[in-house]
Design a protein around this ligand. Structure first.
Ligand SMILES: Nc1ncnc2c1ncn2[C@@H]1O[C@H](COP(=O)(O)OP(=O)(O)OP(=O)(O)O)[C@@H](O)[C@H]1O
Length: 664
């Protein structure tokens, strides 16, 4: 599928996206977007709030009791009961705090779990076009690291703030009753500090979001370097890759330092405010005791309440940092969750009536398993449209989903314009400027794949063969024209129903990390060991099975590195066969196979094409010379359809390919 020509637009689009992802670091999340996560735990959270109220009550009673103790000591009365009550209150508030802390941590973990579930559920259902433009590492980092930050909202944020504000208000009321003058002075100092911290908090939120975006970019670089480690090593590019990753790590470090710098201001501001307030109370309070306005016991009680008022304030200042970081991370999570899934996309953009009876019935009753009619296609310019469309950062979930759908539709229209442009009528915006255009990959492609026969697709690299498979699988929809399965437009079939009828063996690395059994059962989780072994035999893989004592449990390595190219391809075919699909799409590996492997592969293909519709992309004509039908593609145009002997006569391109491969 990939060639030097094919790779260029892909890598360019990835870079474009990296830029646009940095821009998307500016998207905001608000508390209202956090609510669904919190509401899931409303019962525990309500209980924690009750505990906070009890804790606040226990704390507030303590200074009052201390005041009483001082007064009684002054009078020379006995203290027994009061002291025990005081000790009881101290112990009770410690226990309440501990229990509350545990519950909050637990709930925090619950929030992380549900955000991960939502995010993974959404990522794996996104239209394939999204994966063309997003970086894997960045998505992984959203699932792994951004979600973790949400925990802080609960553990250091909201609920403590509720308990804290109760203590704050309680202390404030008690202080008004003791001495309003002293309180006035104290509140003025504290108010100035609060204003400064609130102003700083906005900057913390923006910086945190950017820091998380940098972590995402770093993860993407690491993922790139690790997933292509062999290529990198072979190209002697290890040191350069390390430097690239280090540069990304430094970027993340720099943003982290920026967050640290801003949040570092918060702590001393809170500390200074507390000290000034304390000194003011001591100084002015001393005078007020001297002139008889208040007693010593009242001054001590007032000072204790002052601590009680300032402590939650200090906590709140600290919480601002973590809550803002969490809201920054939530922005990145919501950005993905707001994207339409394949299903939502179908309902909005391609709402064809679902065919009754489903796909299997249709194939069985039709002479043609698949049919392309005047199919034109350009890859969607999603990344371009996203980068240009500012509405993508709209706040509410629904608006964002609509915006994302609109973006995809815009991209589709741009692709149509591109096709028009290819036909000589360029698409223009309302103001007369040309719309962005996408390269045209398929031009009016029409051909039929007869039921139960073997059809081959051949053509030079980049002519659009793999794209045809991607359209059959509905990874993308045609820009215009129709693809029908058993006579039904495939957009009228549920995607899962459509894909159940089709086995798809991709060109490269179609093996997943895990065991032979894991790989075989991917599409047929209920297959028995006997069925797995039978299908391995069918594709000439019995030797791999017998190589170790582990049998089906034998590991295949990351992306199947423990297998040869030919073995990987045959294992992928075995996996597809196990699901017994009526149609099999096989994108033959471009890697050259040795004589033995090629023979094994040819035998496997012969065996699996019995009683099945097989559409095969062939890079080696020797694989397909005996096909029932061969479709020849050149630059996205069908230039010939027929058997090998017909095409050698009728189609110059095919004749050249055949000559080149010494077949004529
Ligand atoms: N996801 C994508 N986004 C944008 N362009 C793409 C994408 N995939 C493929 N292309 C482009 O579509 C064209 C056709 O690619 P395709 O992979 O279908 O060719 P192919 O005939 O299968 O090539 P090969 O024989 O090398 O596998 C190429 O020019 C390629 O650059």
């Amino acid at each position: 599928m990939s060639t030097s020509r094919t790779k260029e637009p892909r890598s360019r689009s990835r870079r474009d996206f990296a830029d646009s992802s940095a821009a998307s670091a500016g998207s905001k999340a608000s508390f209202s977007q956090l609510m669904p996560y919190l509401l899931e735990h409303r019962r525990v959270l309500s209980f924690v709030i009750v505990l906070s109220i009890l804790g606040a009550g226990a704390s507030l009673a303590q200074p009052l009791l201390v005041g009483q103790v001082i007064t009684l000591v002054g009078k020379g009365d006995t203290l027994g009961f009061l002291v025990w009550l005081l000790i009881g209150l101290v112990v009770a508030s410690a226990l309440i705090t501990g229990f509350q802390h545990y519950l909050l941590q637990r709930t925090g973990e619950g929030v992380v779990l549900s955000s991960r579930r939502r995010l993974v559920g959404r990522i794996l259902r996104l239209p394939i076009a999204e994966f063309d433009t997003r970086r894997t590492g960045d998505l992984v980092s959203r699932v792994g690291s951004d979600t973790t930050l949400l925990r802080a909202v609960l553990t250091q944020g909201l609920v403590e703030a509720i308990g804290g504000s109760l203590t704050f208000v309680g202390a404030l009321v008690a202080m008004i009753l003791i001495d309003p003058v002293l309180l006035g002075l104290t509140v003025t100092v504290v108010f100035v500090a609060v204003v400064v911290v609130v102003l700083l908090s906005r900057r913390i939120r923006v910086a945190s979001r950017k820091a998380q975006a940098k972590v995402g970019e770093l993860a993407a670089s690491v993922e790139r370097a690790i997933s292509s480690v062999r290529t990198v090593r072979a190209a002697n590019a290890t040191e350069r890759e390390i430097k690239t990753v280090e540069a990304e790590a430094e970027g993340a470090w720099r943003m982290g330092i920026k967050v640290a710098r801003i949040s570092a201001l918060v702590v001393p501001i809170a500390g200074i405010a507390m000290q000034i307030a304390f000194l003011t109370v001591l100084g002015v309070g001393g005078f007020r005791v001297a002139d008889g306005s208040i007693t010593v016991a009242q001054l001590v009680t007032f000072i204790l309440f002052l601590f009680m008022m300032i402590m939650p304030l200090g906590q709140a200042f600290g919480a601002i940092t973590s809550v803002n970081a969490a809201l920054g991370a939530l922005g990145r999570i919501q950005e993905i969750i707001a994207l339409p899934s394949e299903g939502e996309f179908d309902r909005k953009v391609a709402p064809l009536a679902v065919a009754p009876g489903g796909a299997r019935a249709a194939i069985a009753s039709s002479p043609n398993a698949l049919e392309f009619t005047d199919v034109r296609f350009s890859y969607p310019l999603v990344q371009l449209a996203i980068a240009e469309d500012e509405s993508i950062s709209l706040p509410s979930r629904r608006e964002r989903a609509d915006a994302a759908t609109a973006v995809i539709e815009t991209a589709r229209r741009a692709a149509l314009d591109a096709l028009d442009a290819a036909d000589g009528t360029p698409g223009l915006n309302a103001d007369g400027t040309p719309r962005p255009t996408a390269p045209v990959i398929l031009h009016s492609v029409s051909f039929a794949v007869p039921h139960g026969k073997r059809t081959a697709l051949v053509g030079p690299s980049g002519s659009g063969k793999s794209t045809i498979f991607a359209l059959i699988e509905r990874f993308y929809d045609p820009t215009s024209g129709t693809i029908s399965l058993g006579g039904i437009d495939i957009r009228g079939l549920e995607r899962t129903d459509l894909r159940d009828q089709i086995g798809y063996v991709e060109q490269d690395a179609p093996v997943l990390a895990g065991s032979l059994r894991d790989n075989l059962r991917l599409g047929s989780p209920d297959a028995t060991d006997a069925q797995c072994i039978a299908v391995l035999h069918e594709v000439n893989l019995t030797t791999v099975l017998e190589r170790t004592a582990l049998g089906l449990d034998a590991p295949v390595g990351e992306e199947g590195v423990m297998l040869s190219g030919g073995e990987r391809q045959r294992l992928a075919i075995a996996r597809a066969l196990l699901a017994a699909p009526p149609i099999l799409l096989l994108d033959e590996s471009t890697s050259s196979l040795d004589g033995v492997n090629e023979q094994l592969m040819r035998e496997a293909i012969d065996r699996i094409s019995v009683d099945r519709t097989l559409l095969i992309i062939a890079h080696r004509l020797s694989t397909v010379v005996d096909s029932d039908q061969i479709v020849v593609l050149e630059n996205g145009v069908v230039v010939g359809v027929g058997t090998h002997s017909e095409l050698v006569v009728s189609t110059p391109l095919y004749r050249d390919l055949a000559k080149h491969q010494l077949l004529v």
